[in-house]
Design a binder for this molecule. Structure first.
Ligand SMILES: CC(C)(COP(=O)(O)OP(=O)(O)OC[C@H]1O[C@@H](n2cnc3c(N)ncnc32)[C@H](O)[C@@H]1OP(=O)(O)O)[C@@H](O)C(=O)NCCC(=O)NCCS
Length: 188
């Protein structure tokens, strides 16, 4: 598996994969690239000439309905790429993820969770049509920052109402929770 584009993105372990090795990165990517719910993409620059190799600048997508997450390489942040990619991804995800009204398991909303102080990520979501839907206080134990508040954003499927998408209820916050490779990622 070519994990290099991903490892290059994982500056300072920002994916949550602290100290990635080839093996860890392969496990991490296998977990996030296989299965019916997976709808994950690398973000590349538009080629400027024919035959040019892809320049990977970020990743964006979902490995578990109805969640979305993304990560940009810092050299390419602040240029609108995350917003551009998310706006392009959302209509495709509506086609990929069924609506419960079709009688299949699925969702009429997409959800993203950000750190309470990740203003850049919040802006990406708001500029893409998401609404700040709820907050969870001190529910995430960051390996580097300690207990953190989480903002929960949602966007409704066209033709449905966000108010009907259900409450944000993650149960009792678990301050002992630290994400591990084998567990579904709790944060984008
Ligand atoms: C957050 C992140 C995805 C933003 O990607 P990006 O490509 O820089 O975002 P955009 O350029 O599309 O910016 C969207 C908006 O957010 C604003 N923004 C970006 N970084 C910001 C920051 N640190 N503080 C405040 N606003 C910020 C931009 O100014 C822009 O608004 P504008 O167009 O009105 O100026 C990127 O910085 C990143 O990968 N960070 C580390 C990983 C991470 O936080 N992932 C998301 C976890 S929830």
């Amino acid at each position: 598996m070519d994990v290099m584009p991903f490892l290059d993105l994982d500056v300072d372990g920002r994916s949550g994969l602290v100290g990635p090795s080839q093996k860890e990165a392969e496990d991490y990517l296998s977990f996030r690239c296989l299965g019916t719910g997976v709808f994950n993409f690398l973000i590349t620059l538009k080629p400027t000439s024919e035959g040019q190799d892809d320049v990977v600048v970020g990743k964006l997508g979902s490995y578990r309905w109805p969640y979305v997450g993304y990560l940009m390489h810092p050299d390419h942040a602040g240029k609108g790429y995350a917003t551009e990619a998310l706006r392009a991804w959302i209509p495709e995800f509506w086609k990929h993820m069924p609506s419960p009204s079709e009688g299949k398991p699925g969702f009429d909303y997409i959800e993203a969770m950000t750190d309470g102080e990740n203003y850049g990520s919040g802006n990406v979501l708001m500029k893409s049509g998401f609404t700040l839907f709820g907050k969870q206080e001190k529910g995430f134990n960051s390996p580097t920052l300690g207990l953190r508040d989480t903002n929960v954003y949602r966007i409704a499927r066209p033709g449905t109402k966000l108010e009907e998408s259900g409450k944000v209820d993650y149960g009792k916050a678990d301050p002992g929770f630290v994400p591990r490779l084998i567990e579904p990622e709790a944060h984008t």
